[in-house]
Write a protein that binds this ligand. Sequence first.
Ligand code: AMP
Length: 457
Amino acid sequence: MAKPKNKKELLQTPKGMRDILPHDFLYWKAIETKAEDIARSYGFKPIRTPHVEKTELFGLTLGETSDIVEKQMYAFKTRGGDALVLRPEGTVPIMRAYFEHGMHTWPQPVMLYYSGSFFRHENPQRGRYREFGQFGVEIIGEESGLADAYIIRVFALILQEAGFKKFTVHINTLGDKECRPEFRKELVAYYRRKVNSICKDCKRRLKENPLRLLDCKNPMCVEIRADAPQMMSYACPSCRAHFKTVLEFLDDFEIPYTLDPHLVRGLDYYSRTVFEIFTDPDAKEKPEKKSEETPASAAEEPEKKAGQNEGRIALGSGGRYDTLAETMGDRKAAGVGGALGLDRIVDELKERKITPFKEKAPVVFLVQIGAQAKRKSLVLFEQLRKSRMGVAQSFSKDNLRAQLELANKLGAAFALIIGQKEALDGTVIVRDMGSGTQESVYQKKVLDHLKKKMKNG
Ligand code: AMP
């Protein structure tokens, strides 16, 4: 193996990838736990699929001209010659699993949730990483618009419970294979007339993926987009009825939404409903307990980040994919789903100084002075751990004062002190960290003693 050129580089994560350090991990864990709890109560079951899939699976389903397939896949050949890819998204692997494991024979719909890493070789910037976490939900085997609204409701609940007070759901319909071709034709005709005024990327999109023309952020193209044909005007009666059902359910769930005729997702498998959930730029939330009404000052405006739409950051998105099963395996299965971006949720919460978890202080800190005390206290430590009252200790500190300082810093209610004398006579000093009073108790009785003290306040 070649020697690394630069040792400093060797000690850095690959570009666009990050370590999640202990404090940040608490945010991740808290969000994932909340998300799982909500998804489970709403009837979703967990699924985990491999981090790698066959490369051709994505080319077939996402579209050869989609950004992901064209530019962003981590594709590689194994030593055995298999063409594999680090999964760039979650829906396709789940649909593969649905058929591979005969889930189409289970009672329908099959409702699944997942959480994990996904990989896209994008230009890294704040809010856009090459390895990123998503929490996703899928409802497969259900045509009704209720399912679309249900997904959005679950995401809205997760975001609310995570601590976001305001966010906006953008929603659109992309029609289906009956009505979309007509819209596409009109869209292409419109943009052909404007071809000299659109950007270089859009000239390519016009040939390869005309729907993506509506997605362009170039100011010239945004201006031209204002008069472009809109899918809603071409939607067939069944697509219209479906969209109406989705919106009615969102009204029932009291989820505000914005109809966004320019919202298209970059993937071939979407049909009918597509949605994206953005933070609200005007509601840069204040730290908890401060007035929600105070408008954010210009100085507090977030710096430009990835996934932004007019200052908003996309926290999640998804849509319906009724023809995905057909593309994959000539089978039928309607479906709808979406994913929340965990990196962005964590980044945004931290920026807003919202903490989605409470750091629990230990009830007891076990102070040990001397090697014998450390050995003797192992059994006691385990008893305390099993009692679930919350126990901490220091492995490295030996000095009484340093350990009491640490107990204080952690907010422990009691310190249990075992020195050489206590190690020999089987006692322990119980120190009330609030009042500083101390008493000597037999180690065997200390658990009951502590429980009594806690009960008496
Ligand atoms: P998508 O799979 O593209 O529909 O994305 C769903 C959500 O995942 C987005 O709304 C983002 O919050 C998040 N996301 C997508 N790509 C990235 C990325 N490269 N880095 C961080 N988050 C991402």
